[in-house]
Design a protein around this ligand. Structure first.
Ligand SMILES: [Zn+2]
Length: 93
């Protein structure tokens, strides 16, 4: 899988389900292999699960996304690789 294929697969596997501010759920693909549902969380409750991280069911790698807020409307996060085989690069070349 090259870089373009990775981003095409990741884009296809990035989705939002549910309706309304309380139920809208984000489905984040694996940041390593782009398989779907690496992390699934309601948007309004995403801080803790994003910060705690997840392990991919497909490739076994783990990552977490510590969330920081500088206001009620702006959130940023940093991707941190935790466990599993470390890729030579963050994404395929
Ligand atoms: Zn994976």
């Amino acid at each position: 899988m090259n870089r373009a294929e990775f981003f095409a697969k990741a884009t296809a596997n990035m989705r939002v389900s549910g309706f309304g501010i309380a139920e809208t759920t984000v489905h984040i693909p694996c940041p390593f292999c782009a398989e779907p549902d690496f992390m699934v969380s309601r948007v309004m409750e995403s801080r803790e699960p994003f910060s705690a991280g997840a392990t991919c069911k497909h490739c076994g790698r783990s990552a977490r996304f510590p969330v920081e807020s500088d206001s009620d409307s702006t959130r940023t996060w940093l991707e941190v690789t935790d466990d599993g085989p470390h890729p030579d690069e963050m994404y395929p070349a």
